[in-house]
Design a protein around this ligand. Structure first.
Ligand SMILES: Cc1cc2nc3c(=O)[nH]c(=O)nc-3n(C[C@H](O)[C@H](O)[C@H](O)COP(=O)(O)OP(=O)(O)OC[C@H]3O[C@@H](n4cnc5c(N)ncnc54)[C@H](O)[C@@H]3O)c2cc1C
Length: 484
């Protein structure tokens, strides 16, 4: 096995102690299996990570979860984790779009693509997200909250959607969501609503998505009714877009922390600062090589990021660097929460950030923990390599996105967090998931986490639990370590 260190035995060895690895470990340990988790970092949790800023422990990675699945709530309940689930405040989010003038008539015959309309350099408009829309497609194009974003000509064009015929071959040859929105509602809806929301919610441009995948019910309703507006009107939730999320009082990092404790109580071994260097498949399982030791396991679960998984599977995979800048700002102008929970930034807005979250406007527990007029804001860098490096650059972005005259000296703390191994947004080609799944399958290794389930806790947690159930069915506990 190894010439230089102890060899341990396990039913299941888990590579990666992010939330997925911890879920697998907890499930298997409580079913009586001997599980060892190897985590390269000094702490478990992966992208659920915290840091201290303005005297408060805050999320530096994921800060919420989608409630489209009950994955997080079920886990908290089933593991009896001492956590309080919480909803964001009702303020909603805003959309920043390039300021523009639209010609008076934007009918289908002489439509002006939104991107062709010149905007004064640096000019940004901010508006609340439309209350009734699905994937940015409005239920009522003439509603005030839609008209403010797409302009009068955009409204006039979008109102024609109900009268457009349904092409006979549409179901067989579904266009991209960008193309569908453009041909049905016009360019203003496609470019100023649908595309920015797709980039924010699905991390992909609308040109890389299909409505049947993003909102299958809406797609079916559209084909049935023949009008997208009528279908959205029938299905759009009454609440604002972006409201279908939840959080945890104290921060999402508490979930990983509490789950690690539960897994260890159930008997799992979680080793931090333990990078796995190699996985060698054998007839009866696999041998994991560590720095100074090895693990012999009947099953191996790989729950790392894509590049790390690729290295261990001998299959090179590109990852996506993600950079987040979290700041503590003292400014009374932010105390009225001028942008609600934050701002989604459309392409074309001349700001280095693609999204801003006003964390304490969004989460009441955080607001209660901060001194008056102190604010925590998170900016996702548009480019992981440049921009938002200095207090001046961050203050410029904050001014543009909040309208509040924040100066560099108002920024009391700045924490930059970088993840170099996030799952890239799927493009048109094969995804890393497909390649990694094939490579893992060939070697009898199980894959879970965002690399297998797609990014986001609502997908990652149910996937890891389902895999654990499969492994429980396939695993008979080996004797306790002292008996080996
Ligand atoms: C800035 C940011 C914000 C996000 N916001 C949200 C959000 O609000 N809501 C949401 O649902 N999702 C959000 N996500 C996505 C979500 O955090 C991830 O999809 C999820 O946490 C992935 O969990 P995981 O366990 O699959 O992977 P990870 O958390 O990446 O864990 C993988 C672990 O494997 C370890 N590892 C790597 N190589 C090795 C090795 N050789 N040996 C041992 N260990 C290794 C790593 O150190 C890491 O701890 C966000 C992500 C980021 C980066």
């Amino acid at each position: 096995m190894t010439d230089h260190g102890p060899t341990e035995m396990a039913d299941v060895a888990v590579v990666g102690g992010g939330i997925a690895g911890l879920v697998v470990a907890w499930e298997l340990a409580r079913a009586g299996a001997r599980v060892i988790v190897c985590e390269a970092d000094a702490t478990a949790g992966g992208m659920l990570r915290s840091g201290r800023i303005a005297g408060v422990e805050v999320d530096l990675g994921a800060e919420s979860f989608a409630t489209r699945t009950t994955g997080v709530a079920d886990l908290v309940a089933d593991a009896a984790l001492p956590l309080e689930l919480t909803a964001p405040r009702a303020g909603g989010a805003q959309l920043a779009v390039p300021a523009r003038e639209i010609p008076a008539s934007d009918g289908p015959a002489r439509e002006v693509p939104a991107s062709d309309v010149s905007a004064p350099a640096g000019a940004v408009e901010r508006h609340p997200l439309p209350r009734r829309a699905v994937a940015g497609l409005p239920a009522d194009p003439a509603a005030d909250d839609v008209a403010r974003i797409i302009g009068a000509a955009g409204v006039a064009r979008a109102l024609q959607e109900r009268a457009l015929p349904l092409p006979a071959d549409l179901a067989a040859a579904e266009p991209s969501l960008a193309e569908l929105a453009r041909t049905r509602y016009g360019s203003a809806v496609a470019e100023r609503l649908v595309d920015p929301l797709c980039r924010s919610v699905h991390s992909r441009p609308a040109s890389a998505l299909r409505l049947s995948a993003v909102a299958p019910n809406l797609w079916a309703e559209f084909l049935r009714r023949g009008s997208l507006t009528a279908a959205v009107d029938a299905l759009a939730p009454a609440e604002r877009a972006g409201a279908a999320i939840g959080g945890i009082a104290g921060g999402m990092w508490c979930l990983a922390d509490a789950l690690r404790t539960a897994a260890e109580r159930a008997g799992a071994v979680v080793r931090t600062q333990t990078p796995v260097r190699e996985i060698r498949s054998t007839g009866a399982g696999a041998v994991l090589t560590l720095d100074g030791g090895a693990i012999v396991a009947r099953h191996v679960v790989l729950a790392t990021g894509p590049a790390a998984a690729g290295r261990l599977l001998g299959h090179e995979v590109a990852a996506e660097p993600v950079r987040l800048v979290t700041v503590a700002v003292v400014h009374p102008g932010l105390t009225a929460h001028p942008v609600g929970s934050g701002v989604i930034v459309a392409p074309g807005v001349p700001v280095d950030a693609k999204a801003l979250t006003h964390a304490n406007a969004k989460w009441a527990w955080l607001d209660a923990a901060l001194n008056p007029d102190t604010h925590i804001l998170r900016l996702s860098a548009r480019d992981a390599g440049t921009g938002l490096r200095t207090h001046d650059e961050v203050a410029t972005a904050l001014r543009a996105l909040t309208g509040v005259p924040v100066q560099a000296t108002d920024i009391r703390a700045l924490v930059e967090t970088r993840w170099d191994d996030a799952v890239p947004a799927p493009g048109d080609g094969p995804t890393p998931t497909e390649a990694l799944t094939a490579a893992a399958l060939a070697r009898g290794i199980h894959l879970t986490g965002a690399i297998a389930a797609g990014t986001g806790l609502a997908s990652v947690i149910p996937h890891a639990r389902a895999l654990a159930r499969e492994l429980i069915a396939a695993t008979t506990p080996v004797p306790a370590p002292h008996a080996l």
